[in-house]
Design a protein around this ligand. Structure first.
Ligand code: SF4
Ligand code: SF4
Length: 102
């Protein structure tokens, strides 16, 4: 899977150019995380089974597969929504306060 790319915002010119629902295709952040994230996900790779549920569900495509069949986060694009931690059936992901991990 390709990582998100920074894409310049283009003002829609026609109604059909707007997304049709409350969600939009992942990986279309206009810019990288600007430092407003309060919590960030941290994975325990000893618990992670490599099921890739989080990879499939991250709304921003900020999770990548690694060579050892685990996952890693791209913190430049992760917005800290916690979907990955919520959906991990193995509780391998914890949401950790930013200031505690710096
Ligand atoms: S959902 Fe959990 S167990 Fe599955 S790949 Fe993600 S972190 Fe690993
Ligand atoms: S916290 Fe949200 S944006 Fe960040 S990796 Fe998890 S699902 Fe993706």
């Amino acid at each position: 899977m390709l990582k998100p790319e920074i894409k310049n915002y283009v003002t829609p010119k026609h109604i059909r150019d707007y997304p049709t629902g409350p969600s939009f295709e992942a990986g279309h952040l206009v810019s990288i995380n600007a430092g407003w994230r309060t919590f960030k996900p941290v994975v325990d790779i000893n618990v992670c089974t490599g099921c890739y549920q989080c990879y499939l569900l991250c709304p921003d495509g900020a999770i990548s597969k690694t060579d050892n069949k685990k996952i890693e986060f791209d913190y430049s694009f992760c917005k800290g929504c916690g979907v990955c931690a919520h959906e991990c059936s193995f509780n391998a992901i914890s949401m950790v306060k930013e200031e505690l991990t710096k």
